[in-house]
Design a protein. Structure first.
Ligand code: NAD
Length: 358
C-alpha cells in the first residue's frame, strides 16, 4: 500500500502487487518529495480503444478506403448493436479510420474502430464489434477480412501527469543535475531507455495487478507508445526558473474498474475500494502519477548512491528466507546482514547456523 500520494488535490492510498519491496518504498518516498511541490497534476484524453480489422486481397486499396469511409455511419451503427450497455453509458463506437499499409504481401487495408469503452478495459467489447462489422468492411473493400482484434497501442487513451520536485526537497542542485543527466542518457540510448521505461512500469504494472487489470496489455501499450517515433523515455524532465525539477509523463493506460477480473477477483475489488477511484479515467490518472513517481525515485537513487543499498536492505528478508530462516529468525538474519553490509545467501546461512547454535 503506497501512502503520500497527492494527486489533483486528493490523497490516495495506492495498492501495489509486486515481488520487489524496494519498488513500493521508492514510490512512497518520491510521492513525499512531490508533495512539497504541490503533488501531482494529471490529465486524461478519453477511454477510446482501437479495434483493428485487417482486409487482405484488396485489388484497389484507395477505392476500398473511399467506400468504407463513405459508409461509416452504417458500420458504426452495426458495431453499436453489439453492446447496448456501453451505448447507454455514453460509450460505443464513435469513429472509423482506414489505413493502407505496406506489407511483405503488398498493400493491406486496415480499418480502425474507435470505441469509447467507458470504465472497462474494453478488449471484449471491441473484439466483438470488430468481428461483427468485418463482413461489411470486407464487402465494401472487395477483399477478405482476416484479423479482427483490438490494438494495445491505445494512442487515444492517454494519461498524463506532472510534478515539481523542489530542489530543496530532493537533495539540492547536484541531484537535479544528476537526474537531468540520467534522463538525457535514456533519451540518447535505447539500452538505457528500456530500463528507464521498465522502472516506470514497476509502478504502473503493480497497480494494474492489484486492481485485477491486464498488466500485459498496459505494458505492451506503454512500450509501443514509447517506440512510436524511435524508442524514447515515457517521462521527460526539465529544470524551471527556480532550479526545481519538473517531471512529466505521457502513457496510454488501458485499465478498467469494471469488466475482466476487476469485479470478479475479491482482492482486486478490495484494492479498487481502497484506492477509491470512481472511473477508469481516475484510475489511469493515478497510474500515470505513480509511474512518474517511480521513475523519479529510480533516477534519483541511480544518480546519487545507486539503487543497490536501498534495494538490498529491503531484499535482505527474502535472502534470509531463501537461506532457510523461519519466524523470528528472518528479521534477525536480515538485520545482521544489513548491519554488516553483507547481504548474501552464504552469509545468511552462516548467521543462521550461529543463531541455531551450530
Ligand atoms: P468485459 O467484457 O468483461 O466487460 C466490459 C463490459 O461491461 C462492457 O462491454 C459493458 O457491456 C459492461 N459495462 C458495465 N458497466 C460498464 C461501465 N461503466 N463502463 C464500461 N462497460 C461497462 O471486459 P472488457 O473490459 O471488455 O475486457 C477485459 C478483458 O479482456 C481483460 O481481462 C483482458 O485480459 C481481456 N483481453 C485482452 C486482450 C488484449 O489486450 N489484446 C484481448 C482479448 C481479451
Amino acid at each position: 500500500m503506497r501512502i503520500n500520494f497527492l494527486i489533483d488535490g486528493r490523497d490516495y492510498l495506492i495498492p501495489m502487487v509486486i515481488e520487489e519491496p524496494s519498488v513500493v518504498a521508492a514510490a512512497s518516498n518520491a510521492a513525499k518529495m512531490a508533495r512539497e511541490g504541490g503533488g501531482f497534476t494529471t490529465d486524461f484524453t478519453a477511454p477510446i480503444m482501437i479495434g483493428q480489422i485487417q482486409i487482405v486481397d484488396v485489388r484497389n486499396p484507395e477505392s476500398a478506403r473511399f467506400e468504407i469511409l463513405r459508409n461509416k455511419a452504417e458500420i458504426i451503427e452495426k458495431a453499436n448493436e453489439c453492446d447496448p450497455v456501453l451505448l447507454k453509458l455514453g460509450g460505443g463506437c464513435k469513429d472509423i479510420e482506414v489505413r493502407i499499409i505496406e506489407s511483405m504481401f503488398g498493400k493491406m487495408v486496415v480499418v480502425h474502430l474507435l470505441v469509447d469503452v467507458r470504465d472497462a478495459m474494453g478488449a471484449n467489447a471491441v473484439n466483438t464489434m470488430c468481428e461483427k462489422v468485418a463482413p461489411i468492411v470486407g464487402r465494401l473493400a472487395e477483399g477478405r477480412p482476416l484479423l479482427r482484434i483490438l490494438s494495445n497501442l491505445a494512442v487515444y487513451r492517454i494519461a498524463r501527469a506532472k510534478a515539481v520536485f523542489k530542489k530543496t526537497a530532493i537533495g539540492g542542485e547536484e541531484v537535479v543535475d544528476g537526474v537531468m543527466k540520467a534522463y538525457a542518457f535514456a533519451e540518447a540510448d535505447p539500452f538505457r531507455c528500456a530500463t528507464h521505461n521498465k522502472g516506470i512500469m514497476n509502478g504502473i504494472s503493480a497497480l494494474m495487478i492489484a486492481t485485477g487489470n491486464d498488466f500485459r496489455a498496459v505494458e505492451a501499450g506503454a512500450h509501443g507508445y514509447a517506440a512510436i517515433r524511435g524508442y524514447k523515455p515515457l517521462t521527460k524532465y526539465e529544470v524551471d526558473e527556480k532550479g526545481d525539477l519538473v517531471g512529466t509523463i505521457e502513457v496510454p493506460i488501458t485499465a478498467g474498474i469494471v469488466g475482466g477480473a476487476t469485479q470478479v477477483n475479491p482482492l482486486a475489488k478490495i484494492c479498487l475500494k481502497i484506492l477509491g477511484v470512481k472511473s477508469s479515467e481516475e484510475l489511469s490518472r493515478v497510474a500515470a502519477a505513480l509511474g512518474l513517481a517511480q521513475n523519479f525515485a529510480a533516477l534519483r537513487a541511480l544518480a546519487t548512491e545507486g539503487i543497490q543499498r536501498g534495494h538490498m536492505e529491503l531484499h535482505a528478508r527474502n535472502i534470509a528466507i531463501m537461506a532457510g530462516a523461519e519466524g523470528s529468525e528472518i528479521d534477525k538474519v536480515a538485520e545482521l546482514m544489513v548491519r554488516e553490509g553483507k547481504i548474501r545467501i552464504d552469509y545468511a546461512r552462516e548467521i543462521l547456523s550461529k543463531l541455531r547454535g551450530g
